[in-house]
Design a protein around this ligand. Sequence first.
Ligand code: NAD
Ligand code: DAU
Length: 343
Amino acid sequence: MENVLITGGAGFIGSNFVHYVLAKYPDCKVVVFDKLTYAGNLDNLQDVADDPRYHFVRADICDTELVQQVIQEHEIQSIVNFAADTHVDRSILEPGSFIQTDVYGTHVLLEAIREFGLRRMVHVSTDEVYGSVVEGSSVETDNLLPSSPYSASKAGGDLMCRAYHVTYGVPVVITRGSNNFGPHQYPEKVIPLFITNALDDKPLPLYGDGQNVRDWLYVLDHCEAIDLMWREGWDGEIYNVGSDDELTNLELTEMLLELMGKPRSLIQFVEDRPGHDRRYSLDSTKIHQLGWQPRHDFEEALVGTVRWYTENRWWWEKIKRGEYEGYYQTQYGRRPVVSGSGN
Ligand code: NAD
Ligand code: DAU
C-alpha cells in the first residue's frame, strides 16, 4: 500500500478512518494533518499514537507551504480529505471559517496534487449540497441547491474538485455521504448530544416540529465506502453514500429514549434552525454498482453507539465542560416553544 495524508484525521469520521486503515493495511503509512479546531481531538487517536506507521502534524490545510512540505517529507501518494468545518448551526453563526477551510483549503490540496502528481484525492463531501429533497432521492447529476453556509461551502469545495479535474486532469473522487453516527462524534451533533444529555437526564432540544428527515449511516460503513473510492473510484466522478435508513428527528429521538430507558418528557421542542432542510435522501445506486453496501443494521449500530457514550464519559464530559479550546454550545440560545409532552 501507500503513504496517505488524512486531513481532518483527528475529527469524528477521519479518526475512525485512521483506525480502519491502520487495521486493514499493514503496509500503509498514515500522516494525519489536522488543525485541531474545537472538533479535532487527539483523544480520538491516542491508541495509535505509538504505531510507527502513524504520524501527526498539527497544521491548517489553507497553509500551502506546509501542505506541500509535509507531502514531500512523507513522500505522500494520496490524500483523503476530511478537513472541514462541519456543524450547520455554527455556520449560521460564523460562516467565514467554513468558506476558508471548505472551499479555499480544498483548493490548496488540489494544487498540491497537481504540483506533485499524486495518485488520487478522495474528497469527502455531503448529501447537504443537494439541499432539501421533499420527494424522491438525489442522484449525482442533480443540481446543487445548498441552504446553509456549511452546505454552500461544501458545494464550493466539490465544484473546485470538478474544475481541477476537468481543467488540469487532477485525479479526484468526490463522495457525498448522509448523516453519520458512531463513536467519537463531537457532542454537538444530534445523536451524541441527545445520548449524552439523556445520560445526564437533561432535556433533548428538538428543533421545530421534529419532522425533518435524515438518513443515518454508521461511520464504519462510511469508512468502507471511502476506502473503496480511495482504491477503485473513478477519477472525476461523484458517488452518493447513503444507507436508506430515513427517520424523522422525532422518531430518532423516541427510539433513543426507548433504548436508554429514559422518559419521553426529556423531549423539549425548541425554535427551529434557520433554513432547516426538511429532508435529505440519496440514491446510492452508483456506488452499489461498484460493490459497496452498508453492512451495519441501524438499530444494532445505534445500541452500540449508546453503549460507547455510556462507557466513555471520560471522552465527552471534558468536551461538555469546555476543557478544550473553543467553546461548547448546545442550544445556541434557542427558546423552548412547546414543553415536553409527558411519558
Ligand atoms: P468533524 O467536525 O468531527 O472533524 C473535522 C476535522 O477537521 C477536525 O479534526 C478539525 O480539527 C479538522 N479541521 C477543520 N478545519 C481544518 C483546517 N483548516 N485544516 C486542517 N484540519 C481542519 O467532522 P466529521 O463529522 O468527521 O466530518 C468529516 C468530513 O466528512 C467533513 O468534510 C464533512 O463535511 C464530511 N461529512 C460529514 C458527515 C457527518 O454526518 N458527520 C456526513 C457526510 C460528510
Ligand atoms: O447530512 C450530512 C451532514 O450531517 C454532514 O454533512 C454535517 O457535517 C453533519 O453535521 C450533519 O448535518 P445535520 O445538520 O443534518 O446534523 P445535526 O446533527 O446538526 O442535525 C441532525 C438533525 O437534527 C437536523 O435535522 C437538526 C436536528 N437537531 C440537531 C441538533 C444539534 C435537533 O433537532 N436538535 C439539535 O440539538
